[in-house]
Design a protein around this ligand. Structure first.
Ligand code: A3D
Length: 321
């Protein structure tokens, strides 16, 4: 089996960690692209020089020339500005849309058969724009947000219940913004409902609900919490880990069921928009969208999140993209 080729567009904070994780897991040869001269070359050289110590053997190269991404099986995009304190993800719209348009044109020309995972914010709009400009089939263009948001939610649950995070299963649906929808009813610790564990812990249903609501709120604001602490940029370790989990599912055709920003065609009552939902990821990218039954309250929350995604996409269209 020949080794896969993975191109990373954007060699900043997330791009660098992506390159390191992908190399360490030997998912494929890595080409790191950035417009900043020498920087991606320096980062990949640095990572490659740890290969003897870490025990991985893949090719790593940095480039400022899109021709070097030719033949890529997978492309992961982080090009664009990150948030600074006080900014919402949506504040990045016009700058990052301009960047994403140029990236989409270059990927279309140089790696026309690749599956593409987008991380740049505002996520739902950037995925929509990439697909529109590239014309790639919807199953080959997806966004990373839900894996990270779900991992954040799972982490807070593990801390609260004092159990290993490895046993926590929790999923976040919707757009990657303040309206995202953590599914509290489905959250469980190896099959035991989190809500039930909270009720037993506090022996009081309303207190249990209050604690759950606080974890939901922290999950929605988790990106901003990190931005406020870092001051100069946004989260980068955890977004990279999240995208690598998706990349592995695709490269190894694992059929993982992961929350993914995917194109909906009447699923969840949504037609023609990219929204975060559970998706089976494999060698064809987003292979199947999985519908989860939602109660009235959950459906209303998802509808609200979809409305936010639609208005973001409309804003982008008004800007001429
Ligand atoms: P940063 O460290 O600034 O890296 C971005 C890189 O993009 C820089 O190295 C730039 O030089 C490069 N770049 C700029 N313009 C272009 C261009 N035209 N072509 C190619 N590269 C270019 O940011 P980061 O790595 O911290 O974050 C990258 C993006 O991910 C930002 O938009 C963040 O908001 C976003 N982000 C998303 C999540 C999600 O979960 C969706 C989480 C965290 C950050």
């Amino acid at each position: 089996m020949s080794r896969k080729k993975i191109a990373l567009i954007g060699g900043g904070q997330i791009g660098g960690v992506l390159a390191q994780h992908i190399a360490q897991k030997e998912l494929g040869d890595v080409v790191l692209f950035d417009i900043v001269e020498d920087m991606p070359q320096g980062k990949t050289l640095d990572i490659a020089e740890a290969s003897r110590i870490d025990g991985f053997d893949v090719k790593l190269s940095g480039t400022n020339d899109y021709k070097d991404i030719a033949g890529s099986d997978l492309v992961i995009i982080t090009a664009g500005l990150p948030r600074k304190p006080g900014m919402s993800r949506d504040d990045l719209l016009s700058t990052n849309a301009k960047i994403m348009k140029s990236v989409a044109e270059a990927v279309k020309t140089n790696a026309p058969n690749a599956i593409v995972i987008i991380i740049s914010n505002p996520l739902d709009a950037m995925v929509t724009l990439f697909q529109k400009v590239s014309g790639f089939p919807h199953n080959r263009v997806i966004g990373q947000a839900g894996v990270l948001d779900s991992s954040r939610f799972s982490t807070f649950i593990a801390w609260e219940l004092e159990v290993s995070v490895k046993d926590v299963n929790a999923m976040v649906l919707g757009g990657h913004g303040d309206t995202m929808v953590p599914l509290t009813r489905y959250a469980n610790v190896n099959g035991v409902p989190v809500l039930e564990m909270l009720e037993r812990k506090y022996k009081d249903a309303s207190k249990a609900k209050e604690v759950m609501d606080a974890m939901v709120e922290r999950t929605k604001m988790a990106g901003g919490e990190v931005v406020k602490l870092l001051k100069t940029g946004s989260a980068f370790y955890s977004p990279a880990s999240a995208a690598v989990e998706m990349a592995a599912a695709i490269i190894k055709n694992e059929k993982r069921l992961l929350p993914t920003c995917a194109f909906l065609n009447n699923e969840y009552g949504v037609k023609g928009y990219y929204v975060g939902v559970p998706v089976v990821l494999g060698e064809k990218g987003a292979e199947r969208i999985i519908e989860v039954s939602l109660n009235e309250e959950e459906q209303a929350a998802l509808d609200k999140s979809v409305t936010a995604v639609k208005s973001l996409v409309e804003d982008m269209e008004r800007l001429g993209f």
